[in-house]
Write a protein that binds this ligand. Structure first.
Ligand SMILES: [Zn+2]
Length: 274
């Protein structure tokens, strides 16, 4: 009987950190949930009091370049660089849409091709204001970061304010079918994604006309999702990978995400009123 060799190196696993964050708005409690440790993170977040009593919150998900040879302008990893540009742009008094347009102009470089190699970042932002009737504001997102709200007067339960897929539905359906067909017949993909699959993905996902809501920096034209909200009791901003059904229990949702994918980047901001 041959005994299989076992690695003595512990697998790198991220831990979930839960941290309360003070806010200048009375009765508003803010909690950050983040994966931490084991390697660099392309995620970032922002809590920024703006003028006229508005509090801006954001979660940012920088995209890792598939091309390790390509270095962004300031020597960071491309994901960290893109997330930093978006974060810096949002620290201004202009509207979230204007700030994100500025970040897109700063990041977008048509000379970098294919487009998936451009430093880019998904983002969800809310500009929050406390009034007597509750929390008011506007939510904005790009690519697959999202915002959920609870207690909206007309709705009651949790509702997605902004978020969703960066691809349009036709492109998503086509890519899902192509990917499934490849995975079903490719032995190499049983262990890790093969170069053929990455090539298929490059062709499918690099066409700007397939995207309904591109990440910041990906395309010349930005198409943001935006929605005003009024009198909500709770909000959750999240990077991708959290199941919508888990949103009401954000810490559990983040923990489940990490349990399923131990190296995942998870960043969630939870806002509640007391
Ligand atoms: Zn394959």
């Amino acid at each position: 009987m041959v005994e299989h060799e076992r690695s003595t190196t512990p697998s790198p696993v991220k831990a979930l950190v839960e941290m309360p964050i003070s806010t200048p708005i009375d009765g508003v409690e803010l909690t950050l949930l983040r994966s931490s440790g084991a390697g660099i993170s392309g995620d970032d977040w922002l809590v920024e009091p703006l003028g006229s009593g508005i509090l801006r919150l954001a979660v940012i998900d920088g995209a890792f370049s598939l091309d390790a040879e390509r270095r962004p302008p300031v020597g960071h990893d491309a994901a960290v660089f893109a997330a930093g540009v978006v974060r810096t742009a949002l620290r201004s008094e202009e509207s979230a849409e204007e700030a994100l347009e500025r970040a897109n102009s700063a990041l977008f470089d048509p000379a970098v091709s294919p487009s998936r190699l451009r430093p880019s970042a998904a983002v969800a932002v809310i500009d929050l204001e406390r009034r007597e009737e509750g929390l008011f504001g506007v939510a904005v997102s790009a690519a697959d970061c999202f915002v959920y709200a609870a207690g909206i007067a007309e709705v009651g339960g949790w509702e997605e304010l902004v978020g969703g897929d960066h691809l349009n539905p036709e492109a998503r359906a086509r890519w899902t079918a192509l990917r499934a067909a490849h995975l079903a017949s490719c032995p190499a993909c049983a262990t890790s994604h093969c170069s053929t699959l990455l090539e298929l993905e490059a062709v499918e996902l690099d066409d700007p006309s397939n995207r309904s809501c591109p990440a910041i920096g990906r395309d010349e034209r930005l198409s943001l999702r935006s929605k005003e909200f009024r009198a909500v009791q709770a909000l959750v901003l999240s990077t991708d990978g959290i199941e919508p059904a888990d949103i009401p229990d954000a810490p559990r949702a983040a923990a489940r995400r990490l349990a399923a994918t131990p190296m995942a980047d998870v960043t969630v901001l939870r806002v509640t009123t007391s």
